[in-house]
Write a protein that binds this ligand. Sequence first.
Ligand code: MG
Length: 429
Amino acid sequence: MRQPTEIESLYIDFDAFFANAEKQLRPELRDRPVGVIPLESEHTSLIARCYLAKQAGIQRGTSVREARALCPDIALPVARHDVYVKLHHRILEEIDRHTPVHRVWSVDEMECALSGSERQRCVALAGQIRDGLRENIGPWLTPSIGLAPNQFLAKVAAEMDKPNGFVMLRPADLPGPLFNLELRDLPGIASGIHARLGRAGVFTVEQLWNLSPKQARMIWNGVEGERMWAQLHGYAVSRPETVRRMFGHGRVLSSDWRQPHKARECLRLLTAKAARRLRREGYTASILAVSMSCTDGQRWSGEQGFFPARDDHTFLREASLLYDKGLTALHANRMKKVSVILYGLHRSGEASADLFDHDDSRSERHRWERVTDAMDALNARHGTCVVSLGPHNEPPGGYAGAKIAFGRVPGLNEFDTSPDRSGRVKLSL
Ligand SMILES: [Mg+2]
């Protein structure tokens, strides 16, 4: 295992992303406390809040009723995931101007792996990224930036001085400031592991630091424990499997599969396949993109962000909604190709409490996850698809269609963005 002697990772985590996005886009909200809600209802809870609202004691997960009681002048816009995903892509483009984005961790978190001379000028580079974002995206969408010898510590550093933070953890600084953190501040320490650590007598980051790799392995009951130990101690932990950034399938339709209802079936099938591969490799996805092209040359693509999910129900629903949007935009009756991509990947169970998550959806999601797991188990036992959500009709011809290339951050230009009939570029989300 390699122990870097320099800063190798730059991690960007936007502050109160949804709430600040609303402030950036709607100047009338800028001086007000803002909480973002998932739907127009007095019986839901906030999925994001700005720092003004935080000062009034409002958190993510605070109910609308409580938020109004704590903060009578709070503005409660309904989340516009499509708009946030668009912003996300503009942000990626901006960061790419300074240094390549190595990995997208979520709609508001991304990581750059610094190479060569970038490691020496990392502080200046962070400043340039911040300036670029302020000038080209807007001053209300503030990033917190962390610099550290590895991604794990860079993420921790980005969290340490929010909002608008900038923290550098050099190898020589370790463990130092880490001991001021709570165990739960560390990525990967959620309630289950936290309880196990407690049972092993580990209540502080200092105690965690002082474990041996072997002890950590025992507490985690697996190699993840050693990984945690190594990352915390500043080692470069290679995770070859996390190089993956997306799962997707595309298919050129045979002539008898080109009617819109058949193309939809094909898209469902491709989505279910991509989802199965995602689960098999132990990921969740938080963005689904659909691309469609017609026999007359028109193209459309769109994408939708959501809480990190791994169940068929979520993916099939989002794919269907996007397909409907595409059909409406295209006015076409002969489809030529459909594709789907799942990205915004996390390791299953690793994603921290998410921006998109709220109580209402969590229990429903867990139900669908159980249904999906049961179907996967059945299908695995029979070696073929014996159960599926909705119809499962395999189009003829196997894999005739283009496969989508993986292992790269999907830039907007990699989706179909050619002009539609009206000459407008359809990035429509
Ligand atoms: Mg954030």
